[in-house]
Design a protein around this ligand. Structure first.
Ligand SMILES: Nc1ncnc2c1ncn2[C@@H]1O[C@H](COP(=O)(O)OP(=O)(O)OP(=O)(O)O)[C@@H](O)[C@H]1O
Ligand SMILES: [Mg+2]
Length: 158
C-alpha cells in the first residue's frame, strides 16, 4: 500500500484543543471524498481517543498529544494518536465495553467501543508509565455526495 499524503499535529492536552484536533483530522480526511456519515464517524473516533489522552493519560497534568494521519492509495486513512502519559496496564480489560477506571466522573467506559464501531480496525499499544498509542484505520467506501442545491424557482406569479 502506498502512502499518498501525511499530516502531523502536536497539541497540548487541554480540553479546548480536542475540537481543534477533531476538526483538523476531519478536514485532512475530506480529500478522500467521504460521506457526511463517514466524516462524523472519523470525528467521533478521534474525539474519543484525544479525550482519553486529556482525561486519563495526563490526568493531573498537561502533556503533549501527537497525532499522525496517513492517506493510502486504497482510499483508506490511518490515524495514530499517541501520548506519553500514564499508560494502560491491562489493554484487553480497558477495551471492554463499560470498563472505566473513572466511574466517579460518570464516564460510561465506552470510548474504545465507539472507536471500534466507527473504524475498520483499532490497535492499542501501551507501556505503563511511558504512554499509549491508538491506531485507527478506516476505509472510505462511498463517494461523498456533494451538497448541490438547485436554485429555488420563483413562486411569485406576475
Ligand atoms: N490514553 C490513555 N492513557 C491511559 N489510560 C487510558 C487511555 N485511554 C484509555 N485509558 C483507560 O482505558 C479505560 C477505558 O477507556 P474508554 O475510553 O473506553 O472509557 P472511559 O474513557 O473510561 O469512558 P468514556 O470514554 O465513555 O468517557 C479508561 O477508563 C482508562 O483507564
Ligand atoms: Mg474515554
Amino acid at each position: 500500500m502506498k502512502t499518498l499524503n501525511e499530516m502531523k499535529l502536536t497539541i497540548e492536552s487541554r480540553s479546548v484543543n480536542e475540537g481543534f484536533a477533531r476538526g483538523a483530522v476531519a478536514l485532512f480526511s475530506s480529500q478522500l471524498d467521504p460521506t457526511v456519515e463517514e466524516i462524523t464517524e472519523i470525528k467521533t473516533a478521534v474525539s474519543e481517543a484525544v479525550t482519553n489522552c486529556i482525561v486519563h493519560a495526563y490526568k493531573q497534568t498537561i502533556g503533549l498529544i501527537y497525532i499522525n494521519a496517513k492517506i493510502f492509495d486504497d482510499n483508506s486513512i490511518r490515524i495514530k494518536i499517541r501520548d506519553k502519559g500514564c499508560g494502560i496496564d491491562n489493554i484487553k480489560r480497558a477495551m471492554e465495553p463499560s470498563f472505566t477506571t473513572d466511574p466517579a466522573s460518570e464516564r460510561a467506559g465506552l470510548g474504545f467501543a465507539i472507536m471500534s464501531a466507527f473504524t475498520d480496525n483499532i490497535k492499542v499499544y501501551s507501556s505503563p508509565g511511558k504512554g499509549t498509542s491508538v491506531l485507527l484505520c478506516k476505509k472510505i467506501k462511498s463517494k461523498g455526495q456533494k451538497i448541490c442545491r438547485q436554485p429555488e424557482t420563483s413562486k411569485e406569479t406576475s
